[in-house]
Design a protein around this ligand. Sequence first.
Ligand code: ZN
Length: 309
Amino acid sequence: MVACPVCAAAPDPPRVVSPDRLHGTPGRFVVARCPRCGTGMTLPPATFHDLASYYPTGYGAYEARPHPHVRAISSVIQAAQRRAARRRPPLDAIAALPPGRGLDVGCGRGDVAAGLVGDGWRMTGVEPSDVACVVARERGVNARHGVLATVALDPGAYDAAIFQQSLEHTDDPVGDLRRTHAALRPDAVIAVSVPNAGGWQARRFGGRWYHLDLPRHRVHFTASSLARALDEAGFTDVRTSTSTSAVGLLASIQYRLWGRCLFPHGLALRVAAGLCALALPLARLADRLGGGGDLLHATARRPSGSSGK
Ligand SMILES: [Zn+2]
């Protein structure tokens, strides 16, 4: 019996069907939507072993060491992008705090957390890839190998928590938010970014929407369902917003035309991402006309004196 991972209602029959267009995992996957809260869930359910098999070793966040020239160019561009990201929602809510102890769930190679370390934060990361953990540690992040269900965190100890494109990768988002709630001190801030499954791009492209990313994305949030998940976990003062990703629109058009990713890794991927960045003003205009961007952000607070639900 499948139940909505946010509100436990029975989902509608699946309507969105897609193969793995990025890495070619065998099989077809479907997304069923909850009629009560709007959350989408990827089916069939995945075991721990299935989840690990969905990520090739070259997968973006896990890629250990690109060619030195590529690495130098990318690192300059990415450092500028990360500085800009800390001035925009949801990370601006954390950058505005005095530096303290932070938690980055799904920290990858520590891209976001290392920037905050540079601002004076002491960052703990939780990351299922041991290769990525090694890189994150070299960048000053106390990266712990595992997931929230397996890694021990000090209770009530952290001033801020980040989920950057990670909450959609778990089958138990409310459970993970509750574990994070328990690790935060009262009044601490949480910042979440996920793909916007309630946006026009998701509706327009359906099974060919780039950010659907089946079967790796397990949960598909709308603004209201993400707010509900945070509320279920005991957070308050939830604020949501959207933004436009550099790659989403062009990559979805690519899926519409060719049905798969033509540049899944390496230098070609980096060149394609650069071209997407040049087309970003056009994507932003389309999102403005469509009523919102393809990325969804939320900030919320652990209320004073709460112990979670
Ligand atoms: Zn639901």
